[in-house]
Design a protein around this ligand. Structure first.
Ligand SMILES: [Zn+2]
Length: 169
């Protein structure tokens, strides 16, 4: 049985209790005018550790919470079309992105899938604090992000639930 089947069952219960007044009628632009870029790690529940309610924020997630081309794409849409005016980058302790190099992953893809992805950057990083600084700088330096947009960066500790500031806008 695919996990998807469990999702379908769970959703039937969810939808039967769905609050159309409080949730279904929310406007599309995030109420708190903020976009968060963070890791896809399953242990991160940013809505909880940042106290985000439904409708509050854009949460852009990928492997590492990296400011990739696609993250910039989402930020441009978030800011230009949906009115967000602040960016927060959150990386985290024990991140899988510090456990491999591009070369190692390329070898694994070659061995297991027979595909050559040598030269492709999967955006791993060896230093957690530096990766936060790099990604704050990547947003700061993008010509597609206005200079007056505050950009902060932090590290979430998966063992304590605490957020440690690295860059305060
Ligand atoms: Zn991670």
């Amino acid at each position: 049985m695919a996990v998807y089947d469990e999702f379908v069952s769970a959703n039937e219960v969810y939808a039967s209790k769905f609050d159309r007044q409080a949730t279904g009628a929310l406007p599309m632009p995030p109420a708190r005018k903020v976009a968060v870029v963070t890791c896809m790690d399953a242990r991160l529940h940013p809505e909880k550790f940042l106290n985000l309610d439904v409708g509050d924020a854009h949460v852009i997630r990928n492997a590492g919470g990296r400011v990739s081309e696609d993250a910039i794409r989402s930020l441009v849409i978030s800011q230009r079309l949906l009115g967000t005016r602040e960016v927060v980058i959150v990386h985290h302790t024990d991140c899988g992105m510090v456990t491999f190099t591009n070369e190692q992953l390329a070898q694994k893809v070659k061995d297991e899938l027979g595909q050559d992805v040598s030269g492709r950057d999967f955006l791993p990083f060896p230093d957690l604090e530096q990766s936060v600084r790099d990604d704050v700088a990547a947003v700061r330096d993008s010509p597609l992000i206005p200079a007056d947009i505050p950009v902060s960066g932090a590290i979430y500790d998966v063992t304590t639930g605490e957020l440690r500031t690295v860059v305060r806008a």
